[in-house]
Design a protein around this ligand. Sequence first.
Ligand code: GLC
Length: 618
Amino acid sequence: MTGMNLNFLKGNKTNLLILAVLCLFQLACKNKKVDETSVDFITDTSGQVDFGKTDESAYTPAIRENMKKLYEDKFGMFVHWGPYAQLEGMWKGKRVSAEWIMKRGPIPIADYEREAAGKFKPEKFNPHEWIDIAENAGMRFIVLTAKHHDGFAMYDSQHPYNIVDFADFGRDVFKELSEACAERDMNLGFYYSQSQDWHEKGGVGNDWDFEGVLKPQEDFDDYFKNKVAVQVDELTKNYGDIFMVWFDTPIQMDDEKCQWMMDIVKENQPGALVNSRLGNGYGHFDVSIDNGQTPSVSKATWLPDLKVPWQTHESVTKGGWGYTAYGGDLDRSEDYVDFIYSLCRIVGNGGVYLLNVAPRPDGTIPQSQANSLRAIGEWLEVNGESIYGADPSPLKFPPYPITSKPGKIYLHLQDIDENEVALDGILSKVNKVYCLADPSKKALTFQQDDEKLRIAVPNELHQPRVTVIVLEIEDQEAKVFDETLQQQADGSIQLPVSKCEFAIRRISYDYDTQLTHRWGENTKQGLIWTVDVQKPGVFKVISEDTGNAGFEYALNAPTDTLTLHAKGNIGELTKKEQGSITIEKAGVQTLTVYPTIPTSKATKLSYKFKGLELVPVE
Ligand code: GLC
């Protein structure tokens, strides 16, 4: 073995750590303890997946044009569809997994070819029905899995393992979709799993037909050259305008391969936007962890003259991204409002949203999924002004989803208690307030005292899902108060996750519990707080988290560091006193925590972090 794989095994501390993590991961998979929807290789690749490698020169006029479209359009349809749907999540009479079924089975290639790929004949596939569903949801682009980790091409590829030839279906579904999208003015992108390919000897992941999850460098190189490069070339050459290329799980990727992909895409599709899961910091826009949410507004990827949004994604199905008999037809009407609220929150925090559907093996999108989507579309028909083309919240830590446009601020409210809406922090003079769903835009009564705003919203204006209240303000761009965290009157400093910024996007926050949803898996997952310290000194550090044996993280002040441990029972939120830290100087400063020994994969799902409290030592 040569190259990266060998380096990997040579074993400096970090590499050994990564190896240990991967071994644990494999063990966990064997024990089937891991939920297939949350395992990805996003946080445990060689750690080189930060965004920003692609410099400004990559933002050519064609890229800028599409980036502006993405920023304007905000909301797209993700489609996970392939031969895994044929198995409907079941293998040998048991529920196994959705699009990860082949690996989770594990299903030998020969069996998967026979039972899934060979039988996959989606006779009822009609691209126009899909586009209808997307349009009715208010979605402005579609991203289809052209090749997922199972290695099967959903289009007419030179590689024989494809829907036209291998499945003997004879139809190129991606072609049909691309033609229909062109006709209907719907932007189209494709998802492509460049590293994981469980069908190929040199593709990452298949350790049941072949040796090891990671592959000897020459095998991976071979696979990459003969399959990935060829297919990405075909996909960007033969299907008209491609809006976006969505790579995934960048394992064993190096700079050279990333640049190669960037070059092929650019050559064939000068305007196609590449996501950051290409790996190693490459790509035009940054993608979060699956289902990733941030507690704060993030404009970290904006260029001086181009708003480059981040992107996150969720699925209307449960139990995975592909269709299963048990998660694909669920009626999620009770969750409609959550999807709408997600959309508002993501846009309010500077992001764009891909919502996934999982078509059946016959090619139809189940009515239950279409219903969930339609509810969002209905809401957008009335309230779209606050979403499409909107800028993020002017407040960095909005109390509920807030978006803005020049001269306007949009408040998104799920519940309105006692007919009153409160907002602290807006300094710009408010001229008029009204409900976006009210066609007459009747002015609402409000009171603005310094930074405190109180609005009366009569009952009849409360909307069934999310009510949007519009503030017309004096300034084009809202002035807001200083949100720097302040030391409390008793000298303590509160560092809740709800008030931090993420160092990278591969962390996730849960709004309902105000805990991390994914954190601790790698050493780059920094949480950052900006604090104004009036009274410096020595502080006792109290953490609040659930247990995770072995997990260590460091609290960093400008001149001191403290190692913290996630002691305690797994799944149980507890406060722990963890030693002390010195903050030497007064003034505005940055305090951070970074994982030093990542969480154990086997128990990571239950690890949650709430934050820290620093109490002055007298
Ligand atoms: C994950 C999974 C994959 C899914 C994707 C969706 O990393 O590996 O099954 O396609 O993310 O975002």
